[in-house]
Structures are given as C-alpha cells and as structure tokens.
Write a protein that binds this ligand. Structure first.
Ligand SMILES: C[S@@+](CC[C@H](N)C(=O)[O-])C[C@H]1O[C@@H](n2cnc3c(N)ncnc32)[C@H](O)[C@@H]1O
Length: 242
C-alpha cells in the first residue's frame, strides 16, 4: 500500500532533439513521474504524465487506491474474470486486476493469476495507459492475457464493446454531472449479461456525486454501498442491472 518513487522525476523537453542547448526544466511543458505502488502484494510501476493536456487522467486518484485495497481486504475474486475499466486514467486498478498475485500458503507458492482486462478512457489518455501496461509486463508474461487498451467515451462508444463482462470497474469517474446519464447508459450496455459494477468515488458535493448514486444509477441498477472510507470521504459501491 505504500507509494514510493522508483525513479527520480523524469523530465521530457518539448524540443528534445533540438540542438539548442536547454536547461533541464526550460521549455518543458510535460513531465512524468514514475512511482511504484505496492498493492495486494504486487509492485506496479505507474507513470503519471503531467502537463500533456491529460488533465484529471494524469494522476493516480485516491479512489483507485481504495478500490484496490478493498479488493484485497475483501478477497474479491478477480481471477480469470473478464473485466473492463472505464475512465482508467493511469490504469492502476485494471493493471492490478490483470496481474493479481496469489499466494497459496499451504503449498508455499506465490504466483500470478489475473483477469482478462480491457482498459478504456478518452483517446488522449491512451498513450499513458499503454505505457503503464508495457511497464508492468511480468517476467513470465501476463497470466491470462495482455491487457487491451481502447478508447471508450461514455454514451458514444459503448456499442463497439460486448455486453458480457463479468466486472466493470470505475474509480473516481463520477464528477461530471453532464455525463451521468451517459455513464448509466454505458454501464447498462456493458452489464446486459448480469455483470457487476464496482465503483469507487470521492463523494464531492460540488460535483453532485451523491446525486449520481441516489438518483441516476438506481434508475437502471440495484446499488449497494459496500464501504465508506471516513478520512478521504470515499465510498465503494457495487451495482447490478435491474
Ligand atoms: C478523476 S480521473 C480518474 C482516473 C483513474 N480512474 C483513477 O482513479 O486514478 C477521471 C477519468 O475519467 C476519464 N473521463 C472523463 N470523461 C470521460 C468520458 N466522457 N468518457 C470516458 N472517459 C472519461 C478521464 O479521462 C479520466 O481518466
């Protein structure tokens, strides 16, 4: 659960190949920060690319970390499941699900036993997502399959995706009220074959997050509050199509 840097902050310069002599920070409009997150006993190398117009897609949000910890604490079985993550940002949740470290204390074994994961976000966030998938290739290869990275804009692209996911994962994506009906429509399509949705949300008053869970989502889904994390005001919900 600790987050520690595994490399110093890397700085990329806009004019990297330009012969003009530049100071390390001069003209830099983008910099990336590489961090190792240890979650569920698994080290994840996550790059956050700041200043590249990624906006909120750049950082790892606390709700994502809380969702990973919830999976560990509650021993949620993700093994072999078909999983899609919406608004994946850095991909920390989905990549963890694809890798999942399992320890069998009886046999004294520790092995990888992940899920088949599709990570989605808006097109501008996909290079960061792809870089993070590539940074976490296990030595023996992905336990189930290489995580797929695809564009999925809520309310626009969901029909390009199948409806038979086991799980849909959402971390801190309930913050744009204009997208709430689009998200419900997207989730309803993805869960037609009785898939479950796990949503982890920072409950921001200014974004009407509570409103999404009390008014929008219950129109189509049965919604259960699984956990309230007091300090960060983060709620974790599970939803299933009515
Ligand atoms: C607050 S960030 C959360 C990122 C990541 N899930 C996390 O918790 O670290 C919200 C994410 O939703 C994505 N997003 C915003 N609007 C979207 C839309 N209309 N369709 C798809 N993704 C969207 C953003 O690009 C961003 O990656």
């Amino acid at each position: 659960r600790d987050a520690r840097p595994f490399k110093n902050t890397t700085r990329f310069l806009m004019i990297q190949n330009d012969p003009f002599p530049v100071d390390d920070c001069l003209f830099a409009d983008t910099f990336s920060q590489d961090t190792v997150y240890t979650l569920c006993g698994q080290d994840l190398k996550i790059r956050q690319v700041f200043g590249a117009n990624l906006g909120v897609a750049a950082p790892v949000w606390e709700a994502a970390i809380q969702l990973c910890c919830f999976f560990e604490d509650e021993s949620v079985d993700l093994r072999g499941k078909r999983i899609i993550e919406l608004g994946a940002g850095t991909g920390v949740v989905g990549i963890l699900a694809a890798l999942l470290l399992i320890s069998n204390s009886l046999k004294g074994l520790i092995y990888l036993s992940g899920a088949a994961v599709t990570l989605t976000d808006l097109p501008l966030a996909l290079p960061q997502l792809q870089a993070n998938v590539s940074a976490n290739i296990p030595l023996g290869g992905w336990p189930v399959s290489l995580p797929t990275v695809l564009p999925l804009s809520w309310g626009e692209d969901q029909m390009k995706f199948p409806s038979d996911w086991d799980l849909v994962l959402c971390a801190d994506i309930i913050y744009l009220p204009e997208t709430y009906p689009l998200l419900v429509e997207t989730l309803a399509h993805l869960c037609k074959s009785r898939g479950l949705v796990y949503l982890s949300s920072k409950m921001r008053k200014e974004h009407g997050t509570q409103h999404f869970y009390e008014d929008y989502l219950p129109e189509r889904f049965n919604v259960e509050l699984l956990k309230h994390e007091e300090n960060q005001n983060i709620n974790i919900y599970r939803a299933s199509l009515k």
